[in-house]
Design a protein around this ligand. Structure first.
Ligand SMILES: [Cu+2]
Length: 426
């Protein structure tokens, strides 16, 4: 009996020691990153303005993690607006307090304040991104998240020689926070962007005689090698076509998951989406344009942003690099032909366990509607104001974030009667 007690005690001690080790090793894998939100002066399209940035950079810093890691990002707000940061596509199991959407999972970080996000990476692998989640601050406050395979595992394709994040973004000559504010007040559509950018640069097609040439992002490649482009659409509104002149693309991942490879010469990427694209430098050593422009219908920014793929070695650079023939703005066939090929990789190493039984059925319509204004005094269609909705219900910003209201059972912040189908079928 005594012996048994003894061994139990020892086992308990061992358990304690093991736990201390576990906590210590966990602490070691939790890196902390420090970010400062600040106004930074940038010049694009021949005019300067202050934009909100993380640590002064546009696009913002890249987060590099391995699958399964947990990262702490401490955000100090030295800007003049309320801001939150969202980790786009990171599932964060049982960790909603760090998800970021303003007034949904937290109240915004006020100027002068700071907030520590705990970002739990679980099943994601590939490329994701982070962005501000308050009004239009995400136009300038965003950056890549690169999730490498867990230690001891590797990609489901040959390891690329090098990788390049390709961040597509919108550039507005005006202040983005003022633009959305005035659109919300008038009820009209917000202004279109004045340019698109690739990694912060507009590219050569935005030439203006009155100022120096626009900046152009370049990637340097060696003949025969294969590269991974981690393409992120951080553009505010437009879906985009993207191509590289005379080079084929192989799409191997989307939104932080692997897919069955798509062999194509163009992609169409929607706002918020990410794509991992392999490209082999197998053409005559030279310079080639990569280019992106909108796939859109009615009102859209119809400009084209470019960057350059530059081969290493000795050759005479062309006066104008080869330019890709992008699908037309309204080419729905090009879009369908591309999107119909999207399938999860669903291999033994990367299974996709889709739930097979359905508990609740929801039928949800997303739409842009109008709300009436007194004496038709707004600038939207028929003097009304535009409002987005789900099943005809529009979101009204609460005074307390919805998650806190849910957690503390506060009354009057949200209702539980969201309809499981739209009021009208059409
Ligand atoms: Cu997002």
């Amino acid at each position: 009996m005594e012996l048994m007690k003894m061994s139990l005690k020892l086992a308990f001690l061992g358990f304690l020691v093991l736990n201390v080790f576990a906590v210590l090793s966990m602490a070691q894998t939790r890196r902390t990153v420090h970010w400062v939100l600040e106004e930074t002066n940038y010049t694009r399209l021949c005019s300067s303005k202050n934009i909100l940035t993380v640590n002064g950079s546009f696009p913002g810093p890249t987060l590099h993690v391995h699958k399964g890691e947990t990262l702490i990002v401490n955000v100090q707000n030295q800007g003049k607006y309320n801001v939150t940061i969202h980790w786009h596509g990171v599932k964060q199991p049982r960790n909603p307090w760090s998800d970021g959407p303003e007034y949904i999972t937290q109240c915004p970080i006020q100027p002068g304040a700071n907030f520590s996000y705990e970002i739990i990476f679980s099943t994601e692998e590939g490329t994701l991104w982070w962005h501000a989640h308050s009004d239009w601050s995400r136009a300038t406050v965003h950056g890549p998240i690169i999730v490498y395979p867990a230690n001891g595992t590797t990609y489901p394709y040959s390891k690329p020689s090098e990788e390049f994040p390709i961040v597509l973004a919108s550039w507005f000559k005006g202040d983005v926070m003022e633009l959305i504010q005035s659109a919300l007040e008038s009820g009209a559509e917000p202004n279109q962007s004045d340019a698109f950018t690739i990694n912060g640069q507009t590219g050569d097609l935005y030439k203006n005689e009155n100022c120096t040439n626009p900046g152009t992002f370049r990637i340097l490649v060696d003949y025969g090698k294969t590269y991974l482009l981690r393409i992120i659409n951080s553009i505010m509104n437009e879906e985009m076509f993207f191509m590289v002149a005379q080079h084929n693309l192989t799409v191997v991942g989307m939104d932080g998951a692997y897919i069955k490879p798509i062999y194509t010469d163009y992609i169409m990427i929607t706002p918020g989406q990410t794509m991992d694209v392999l490209i082999t430098a197998n053409q005559s050593p030279s310079e080639y344009y990569m280019a992106a422009r909108a796939y859109a219908g009615l009102q859209y920014d119809n400009t084209t942003t470019t960057a350059i793929v530059q081969y290493s070695g000795n050759y005479t650079a062309p006066s104008t690099p080869a330019f890709p023939i992008l699908p037309n703005y309204t080419d729905i066939d090009a879009v369908t032909n591309f999107t119909r090929q999207m399938k999860a990789l669903n291999s033994k190493e990367h299974p996709v366990d889709v739930p097979q039984t359905v508990d609740t059925k929801l039928y949800i319509t997303l739409s842009v509607n109008t709300l009436p204004c007194v004496n038709s005094s707004c600038d939207g269609p028929n003097g009304d104001r535009l409002a987005a909705s789900l099943n005809n219900i529009s979101f009204v910003t609460p005074e307390v974030d919805v998650l806190l209201a849910y957690h503390n059972q506060l009354q009057g912040i949200f209702t539980k009667d969201f309809p499981s189908q739209p009021p009208y079928f059409f």
